[in-house]
Design a protein around this ligand. Structure first.
Ligand code: MSP
Length: 515
């Protein structure tokens, strides 16, 4: 059994979950479910980012302690993921004591390796992004280049990580591994960034200014820079580092030592394009400095925009994923997000497109299920005939190949396009074979049996390939077909449908009334 470790970013515990967070988390969930159905042992991690200036200030504004705010918001995120059918194996919070231990162990390792020094620093800081930007990046307007928020001039003593000394190694890593950062546009963006000399990374803040963080182990007057703290969550959750062990046995060094089966390195980090530099530059160089293996892949997706504008509280155009989920069902939202966005590119949220996507589920997949099940009941008393189900065999194979190719290439919209294509063709097969005519003709019994068995077999395949994206409805479909459970991908070619007791219920995807 192969092992697969996939992560989402950990979300700031200062704001409510919105459509953008929901997108990355659903993307992670769909990939995790796909891998489980492929037979892999999956670790799917999500969580909340709870330290730093942003949280400290947000708590102050709301008259709470930082931890009170984090407890509240971590609960909101966890509840949101529950509502949206997210199947994470672990929800990490960076305020967990175990995590602080791993952060300290990582910093000590970097220091022991000679990669840390102390210096006075002056620069432009964005609390919104929790990052310094250069004079050039903030431009004459002096705003953070990612969200346009304010920046502040800061001069203080910091500890620095010699990130600059890893520039060549990082460029080599990217050049030798074309699929390390996907899609390729994002890879080029990072290479472009690396064509300029790489600066060192400030990894601490004076406690007098920011107290909400992990203290630097050798200097109690400084706390760890929140991005160093946050990125380390991926290692904490992997179980690769034991902060309580003596330094020589903590789990650094490549290859990892014997011990409990650690999940490091991650197979896939999912991120939005806004946090590409932190994940594709800061994180890998920190790992190099600590002698830890690099993640196997970084997938940076685009942004959901509304009327061409980024969703933001100040514009007031933030889409609430939970409201959509409550009205149309979590599965409808999941399908919309996965089928509508070309993985890697920006997409525009509109209620009209949501409806178009929903209607695909209702009119193509739902309709096929309804027709097939009703006919098995009407013509065969509700038991699927034991007959060859091979009429659409080639079409099924072709769709499965397209589906798996979509996942391999991280183009999930294509994978689900292939899945919907199969449902569409199965509907066309019903039109062509006209089972209602076969039912009236004498001598067509065997033919009708084969048509019905073919339809049910195809629906079993559809239940399996739609399950990662619409898990609840796919479960329901499998149960209406009389299947004991959703088949694993490997079982598909040989699913036995003869004799299955089908059951009719209301529409799988009820029609939405709209004004
Ligand atoms: N806490 C950091 C991440 C630390 S990871 C070690 C952070 N948090 S965040 O709450 O701002 O979430 C950012 C992530 O949310 C983005 O990378 C992206 O995955 C998702 N999205 C936020 N807005 C988005 C859109 N409008 N569209 C799509 N996804 C976006 O950054």
């Amino acid at each position: 059994m192969a092992s697969f470790y996939v992560t989402t970013p950990i979300y700031y515990a200062s704001g409510e979950p919105h459509l953008g967070h929901a997108y990355t988390t659903i993307l992670g969930d769909v990939i995790a479910r796909y891998r489980r159905q492929s037979g892999d042992s999956v670790l799917f991690l999500t969580g909340t980012d709870e330290h730093g200036q942003k949280i400290q200030e947000a708590a102050g504004v709301q008259g709470m302690s930082p931890l009170e705010l984090c407890d509240l918001m971590a609960g909101r995120f966890a509840a949101a993921w529950e509502e949206l059918g997210i199947s994470h194996d672990r929800f990490i919070r960076t305020t967990e004591p175990e995590h602080a231990g791993v952060v300290r162990a990582l910093l000590e390792r970097l220091r022991d390796n000679g990669h840390i020094y102390e210096a006075e620093y002056a620069g432009w800081y964005s609390v919104g992004q929790e990052r310094y930007f250069t004079e050039k990046e903030i431009g004459p307007e002096r705003v953070d280049p990612i969200a346009g928020g304010p920046v502040q001039r800061i001069r203080e003593k910091n500890y620095f990580f010699r990130m600059s000394s890893f520039q060549e190694r990082l460029i080599g890593q990217i050049e030798e591994n074309p699929d390390w950062i996907v899609p390729s546009g994002r890879r080029n963006e990072v290479l472009g960034f690396l064509s300029q000399p790489l600066a060192d990374l400030s990894i601490s803040r004076p406690r007098s200014r920011i107290h909400w963080g992990v203290p630097i182990p050798w200097d109690r007057d400084q706390v760890t820079y929140v991005w160093v703290d946050a990125l380390t969550n991926y290692v904490t959750a992997s179980g690769a580092i034991d902060p309580d062990a003596p330094p020589a046995r903590r789990g650094f060094g490549n290859p990892l030592p014997e011990g409990p089966p650690a999940r490091w390195p991650a197979d896939l980090h999912l991120i939005g394009k806004d946090i590409l530099t932190t994940h594709a530059v800061y994180w890998p160089t920190l790992l190099m400095g600590a002698d830890l293996p690099l993640p196997r892949r970084i997938l940076a997706h685009g942004w959901w925009v509304v009327d061409d504008a980024k969703m933001s509280k100040s514009i007031g155009n933030v889409v609430d994923p939970l409201e959509l989920g409550r009205i149309y069902g979590a599965d409808a939202l999941r399908w919309y997000l996965m089928s509508e966005m070309a993985t890697g590119h920006d997409a525009s949220y509109t209620p009209e497109r949501f409806l178009v996507r929903y209607n695909q589920l209702a009119n193509i997949l739902g309709n096929l299920a309804h027709r097939a099940i009703s006919m098995v009941i009407r013509y065969r008393g509700g038991a699927v005939p034991d007959a060859p189900a091979d009429r659409l065999a080639e079409r099924r194979e072709e769709a499965l190949a397209g589906y798996h190719r979509g996942f391999e290439r991280h183009r999930l919209h294509e994978a689900f396009g292939a899945a919907m294509g199969l449902a569409r063709d199965a509907n066309a097969f019903v039109e062509e074979t006209e089972p209602w005519k076969l039912a009236r003709e004498s001598g067509s019994d065997a033919e009708l049996d084969a048509v019905l068995a073919t339809l049910v077999h195809t629906l079993a395949v559809l239940a399996a390939i739609f399950a990662p994206v619409v898990p609840q409805r796919a479960e329901e479909l499998a149960s209406r077909l009389g299947l004991p459970r959703i088949p694993a991908f490997a079982e598909l070619p040989a699913v036995e449908v003869g004799g299955l007791p089908v059951a009719a219920k209301g529409p799988l995807f009820p029609r939405i009334e709209t004004d």
